[in-house]
Design a protein around this ligand. Structure first.
Ligand code: ADP
Ligand code: MG
Length: 703
């Protein structure tokens, strides 16, 4: 990884690992199998953890209930304890007391592993059986004198990931320390810098060479931290640099549409709203206007928690497009949501003399053909739909703006296809999946972001409780009271693909029971994804108009559904739901001025994870906090569910914990592309980018 021009290309770091003293063809071979082919690869083979005095526990200080710990000591003796399951037992002495390490099984393997008198660092969770023991500890062999160093001088020793094949060639932690030391010695003074001085200075970064030295052989904890900070910065910086180029290309190369008029229609819409826009809504609208006015294509993400009022913002944007003679499309993730948007839009717009159409799957052929014609010929000004909008055969006359609701449901691909249908239309994607900011900077790193930060005023916080079967009678009494006060209620049953049939039966059976036995005096409706389009539409409309008191449903109502008079959300088998769906479902209530309730009904014994989810739900209604917890529980990959999530593979930085470094790296990368897009004044960055990232450019659609 080098950008030093004085050096002859390809540079010392690009030499094969065999260049390093102590690495012959055999070691080079096994390293190659682990992706370590060049000197640079070896220098970037980073420690998995460090040992120092502060991380080592004395055996005499171990207390019951202490968690994972590391003990350093000398091997006193070892042997095999025969029995039903033979064990290998090793006694370690650390000058304060003895520690017993036990491995069950594999005794023939272990008996040849150790020598009496050698020093080990062993890690694990100790337990007491007449003396302290650790079962199946992780261990590292220390070289002569290292134990002394660790304990007496405060030295820090790095431990490396290793595998059985690597260990066969003595590439244990100790082995790695040796060859990496040799690599550092032989490249001393020749590891070229890859960032420019101003960036290094502004962000208080170690020079690359120092960082690589300190990451393997830190002087102290401070140097270790700084070394990691520098390497993480590099990784995030070059990634953000690619995003910056992608965004720049969208903005400058493609000529977009300018919508100069913001006038009569927009004003009329706002005047006719039954409420005042919040300051936050005004703020994001201004950001959207300014994008739409400019001839560059808009690529904006509108974030706002569930219920924050994104729909009117989208409507206002769509009206601008239409006012300027273009069509506007709104794409929703489910038919129910598309239908609801159709109703809302209809209500607001048809009075203004505008033509709104709904295009979804399952419409009669005749009807569909007619709709397609209207879209193609331009009579249809607002087109609302599901993914059916991006299918073959849907042609727009003059598509100017595309709004994508609940973006997290759509793959990146679909976004791209729809974009192609117009003449580089402006794109506004909306999401309520409150994405922790570090992730949105990465996942939507090429989009501009607008955030609605406040809820419409007058909302009361939703009361959330967890209840089990023993409280069911109370629950039904409570529902009865709410309905008698004129409120409406959702009762949601889980429905997942794996057990769809059973789930559906469960929901249907319970609907009958509720309708006939529990609440015969009320109007109880049923809604699930298997109903035909029109039936669904019918049920939803009837509920919306208040002609149903209770709606029994599956998670089809999860996103977007908006019935402000509904004040109770009951979620059955709440332990089966993930945090994001729970939050989305709860967001269906608390949309009016009345106090609302969310009852999480559990059955059986929830797992510890489920308990944690339910607890978070009762503690907060803040979508960002919930998302962060979700991310903590599941990790970034799972969080987005699919492979398509588009998150980069980071090997050094951690999106969860390195937010501050990410923000700095991003700021530098974006400002660099703004100021010096050809990188004329930043040759090191340019060289590194070309050398290391060219293949990734194509993937990122940058090139
Ligand atoms: P989401 O952001 O979840 O899509 P919606 O756009 O569905 O939220 O809005 C939620 C509810 O709040 C709707 O009933 C909407 O009419 C209402 N609403 C939107 N903006 C305001 C506002 N400024 N004041 C009061 N109610 C509002
Ligand atoms: Mg919505």
């Amino acid at each position: 990884m080098v950008g030093n021009r004085r050096q002859s290309s390809p540079g010392v770091l690009d030499s094969p690992v065999q260049y390093v003293k102590g690495i012959g063809p055999k070691r080079a071979g096994v390293l190659g199998q682990h992706g370590v082919e060049t000197v640079a690869d070896l220098l970037y083979y980073l420690p998995r953890k460090y040992l120092d005095r502060t991380t080592i526990t004395k055996v005499k200080d171990i207390k019951e209930g202490d968690g994972e710990m590391t003990v350093v000591g000398r091997v006193e003796s070892f042997g095999i304890r025969r029995g039903r399951k033979p064990r290998f037992v090793l006694i370690l002495y650390d000058n304060t007391d003895f520690l017993t390490c036990v491995w069950v099984g594999g005794v023939d393997y272990w008996r040849h592993k150790f020598r009496p008198g050698e020093f080990l660092a062993v890690s694990g969770r100790p337990s007491y059986y007449g003396g302290w023991q650790i079962f199946h500890p992780d261990f590292d062999r220390l070289s002569d004198g290292e134990d002394e160093e660790l304990v007496n001088t405060g030295a820090i020793i790095s431990l490396y990931p290793s595998t059985a094949p690597l260990k066969k060639f003595f590439l244990t932690s100790r082995g790695f320390r040796r060859v990496i030391k040799a690599a550092l010695d032989s490249t001393q003074g020749r590891i070229g810098e890859i960032l420019s001085d101003d960036i290094i200075k502004r962000n208080g970064l170690f020079p690359l060479e120092e960082a690589l030295n300190q990451v393997h052989f830190p002087d102290d904890l401070y140097h270790k931290e700084q070394a990691w900070k520098r390497l993480k910065f590099d990784e995030l910086f070059f990634f953000q640099l690619m995003l910056a180029y992608r965004r720049k290309r969208v903005k400058t190369d493609k000529k977009g549409i300018s919508f100069p008029k913001v006038g009569v229609l927009t004003r009329r819409l706002i005047k006719h709203l039954p409420f005042q826009l919040t300051d936050s809504q005004h703020k994001v609208l201004r950001e959207i206007y300014s994008d739409m006015k400019s001839p560059r294509p808009m690529n904006r993400l509108l974030q706002g928690d569930v219920g924050s009022g994104k729909t009117v913002v989208a409507l206002a944007a769509m009206i601008i497009a239409v006012e300027n003679g273009y069509q506007a499309a709104l794409m929703a993730p489910t038919e129910i949501l598309a239908e609801q948007h159709h109703l809302t839009t209809h209500r607001f717009l048809e009075n203004l003399g505008l033509k709104v159409v709904l295009l979804i799957g399952g419409q009669a052929v005749k009807k569909r053909e007619q709709l397609l014609r209207q879209i193609k010929e331009g009579q249809a000004q607002f087109i609302i739909g599901t993914h059916a909008l991006i299918q073959e055969g849907v042609d727009f006359k003059r598509l100017g703006l595309v709004v994508i609701d609940e973006q997290h449901r759509f793959g990146v691909m679909q976004r791209a296809i729809l974009r192609k249908k117009g003449f580089s239309p402006d794109v506004l994607v909306m999401t309520a999946t409150p994405i922790p900011r570090t992730l949105s900077l990465t996942l939507y790193g090429d989009l501009d972001i607008s955030t609605i930060e406040e809820m419409p005023s007058g909302r009361k916080p939703i009361v959330t409780v967890v209840r089990d079967e023993s409280k069911r009678a109370d629950l039904y009494r409570f529902i009865q009271e709410e309905v008698q006060r004129g409120r409406q209620v959702y009762i949601v049953y889980p429905l997942v693909e794996e057990s769809e049939k059973v789930d559906l039966e469960d929901a249907t059976r319970n609907w009958r029971r509720l309708k006939d036995e529990v609440f015969p005096q009320f109007r109880v409706g049923l809604l699930h994804g298997r109903l035909k389009g029109e039936e669904k539409e019918g049920v939803m409309e009837v509920f919306k108009e208040g002609r149903l008191d209770i709606l029994v449903c599956t998670t089809v109502v999860e996103v977007g559904v908006d019935v402000p008079n509904a004040t109770v959300m009951v979620i059955e088998h709440a332990e089966r739901f993930g945090l994001t769906p729970l939050h989305q479902l709860r967001g269906r209530v608390g949309r009016g001025g009345e106090r609302s309730y969310c009852v999480l009904m559990i059955s059986g014994y929830p797992s510890p994870e489920a308990k944690r989810r339910l607890k978070v739900m009762t503690r907060t209604t803040d979508g960002f906090k919930i998302a962060e917890t979700d991310l903590e529980i599941r990790g970034p990959g799972e969080f987005f569910g699919t492979r398509q999530h588009g998150l980069p593979e980071l090997t050094i930085a951690n999106l969860l914990t390195d937010g501050e470094i990410l923000r700095r790296a991003r700021r530098e990368a974006f400002s660099l592309v703004d100021r010096d897009s050809k990188l004329m004044n930043h040759p090191r960055v340019r060289e590194h980018l070309i050398r290391r990232y060219r293949h990734k450019w194509e993937l990122a659609g940058v090139g």
